[in-house]
Design a protein around this ligand. Structure first.
Ligand code: BG6
Length: 510
């Protein structure tokens, strides 16, 4: 029984874990970097604690810095000692599976030594030659490492000592369409598409995965999910944080490459796609690809459908914060956008004429990630004689952060002798119903990669279609004459530039 006294059905009690995981070795390039210490190792450790790693596994860190195995384990422990020391005994057990191999990324000898070391630990721990190469390195190194892995025979599958071989990369997958294609052609010289895992951590968030369940495991929403009933869709990923210590990357990327070419378009595709025929990676990705193909490209004057901004000084949580141009590593005249709002249209039968507003920005008032489905108003109101104000339309919110929730707002009659209407919200909160059940996004992607399930990873065609949408506007914004005028400054701690106010109001206020 739960706290409301109702019996939990067996469907609600929980989801069985994974039965069988093949043994494998996870090789992390960029082992001394932040991504390894802050995300990958904590995720792998949690998987170990939750028993969602294979019984036989190894983790091999690779980087330029010389370390012994023991020395490397100590550096990892220091990343998050508080969290790890709660489980001191477990950590020691886990650390016994971690090794270190110093590497020069541009030297083939290093890869040959790595191959020998992998073969040696395969034999010792019976990991059967199955390997994941996780490239937690700056993206300009992807082509080099992939090529070298190929030359050293590490990309080959089911030959000699090799079992399967998979490569993980994280966005940005290139800088524009041309460079994305170049990266792809290097990767595919040695790895087949089935071996390439392109992470988008948004897809691994529980509430994002739930979009498909919500839409396609319930019959009541789908009939309304189209231009006849939906007025607009809003997708918002607002952040309080600024650029932090990532100016080197961000100055080259800006918000469109950092958030839109990947996360935001993935969210849009989940809302707009048709039902896949099977819950299988390629069926799902085929449907997403159709959405990307149906996106209307920006007109010659993207200004009408795109607002770009950059944060100036302001205050967050009552503390003064510097503007983007005052951040460490950012040029004093930088024209990099830290905020963007786009209006997109999906040109197909279902969505014709329905605007999709996508907004993301740094140093906004709150960290909030959500999808708003705004339904149309009632076509006729029989209450117009007795009501002073208009009836607000139904709204469905799929909350991703801070609340993982689903909220549906509808009208009710307030008790009393007169007709008074009031909107009420039905609210389903994940944490209340499934306390502590979710997997962290990195746990989920690593688990899926071990399982060989590519559903939550970008496929080559999707990457290229997403670039083909944003590349023309990026080139336009980055080369146009009045670039400075197109970039609207906004105060840190607010809701973005004044120019975006009207669109923003549709998303922040009910
Ligand atoms: C990353 C971006 O992909 O996503 C960051 O590079 C951004 O700039 C982050 O802050 C946001 O992710 P989340 O999960 O905190 O919403």
């Amino acid at each position: 029984m739960n706290k409301n006294g109702t019996e939990q059905t067996s469907e609600k009690k929980g989801c069985p874990g994974v039965d069988h995981l093949e043994p494998c070795t996870i090789v992390i390039f960029g082992a001394s970097g932040d991504l390894t210490g802050r995300k990958l190792i904590p995720a792998l450790f949690q998987m170990f604690v939750k028993k969602s790693l294979p019984r036989q596994f190894n983790i091999v860190g690779c980087a330029r810095t010389p370390h012994s195995h023991e020395g490397f384990r100590d550096t990892l422990h220091q990343f998050d000692p508080e969290n790890f020391s709660q489980y001191d005994k477990k950590w020691l057990e886990f650390a016994g599976h971690i090794f270190y191999q110093p590497m020069l990324y541009d030297t083939i000898e290093s890869y040959k030594e790595l191959a020998l070391f992998l073969a040696e630990i395969d034999t010792k721990s019976n990991t059967q030659g199955n390997r994941i190469f996780d490239l937690a390195v700056p993206p300009h190194l992807y082509p080099l490492i992939s090529k070298m892995l190929g030359e050293a025979g590490l990309a080959q599958e089911n030959t000699g000592r090799n079992g399967w071989s998979r490569i993980i990369i994280e966005k940005p997958f290139g800088h524009d369409l041309k460079s994305a294609r170049e990266l792809q052609s290097t990767l595919e010289q040695d790895f087949k598409e089935e071996q390439i895992y392109r992470i988008d951590h948004y897809l691994a968030k529980e509430t994002v995965q739930n979009i498909l369940t919500f839409r396609f495991a319930n019959a009541i929403f789908e009939p309304l999910w189209n231009r006849s009933y939906i007025d607009y869709v809003g997708i918002m990923a607002a952040e309080k944080l600024g650029v932090e210590n990532r100016a080197g990357y961000y100055e080259q990327a800006g918000v469109v490459r950092d958030m839109f070419q990947n996360h935001m378009l993935q969210l849009l595709s989940l809302i707009a796609m048709e039902s896949p025929s099977h819950f299988e990676a390629d069926c799902v990705r085929d449907e997403k690809t159709k959405v990307f193909r149906s996106l209307r490209h920006f007109a010659e004057r993207p200004g009408e459908d795109l607002i770009l901004g950059q944060y100036g000084p302001g205050s967050i949580d009552e503390k003064s914060v510097p503007g983007y141009r005052q951040e460490k590593g950012v040029g004093i005249n930088s024209l990099t956008a830290t905020f963007a709002m786009m209006r997109l249209f999906v040109d197909n039968w279902r969505w014709q004429g329905v605007p999709f507003y996508l907004v993301s920005g740094k140093r906004l008032a709150q960290k909030e990630t959500k999808i708003v489905i705004q339904f149309k108003k009632v076509p006729h109101t029989m209450f117009h004689n007795v009501l002073e104000k208009k009836i607000s339309a139904n709204r469905l919110i799929l909350g991703i952060y801070p609340e993982e929730e689903i909220k549906l707002t509808f009208q009710t009659k307030k008790p009393g002798p007169k007709i008074c209407l009031s909107p009420m919200t039905m609210d389903f909160k994940y944490e209340e119903n499934y306390p502590g059940a979710g997997l962290d996004a990195y746990e989920k992607v690593l688990l899926d990669c071990i399982l060989g399930d590519q559903m939550l990873f970008w496929r080559r065609d999707g990457v290229e279609l997403a670039w083909s949408l944003v590349t023309p506007i990026l080139h336009d914004c980055e080369t146009c004459a009045g670039r400075e005028q197109q970039l609207h400054l906004y105060e840190a701690g607010g809701w973005g530039p004044y120019a975006a106010k009207e669109w923003m109001e549709r998303l922040i206020n009910p």
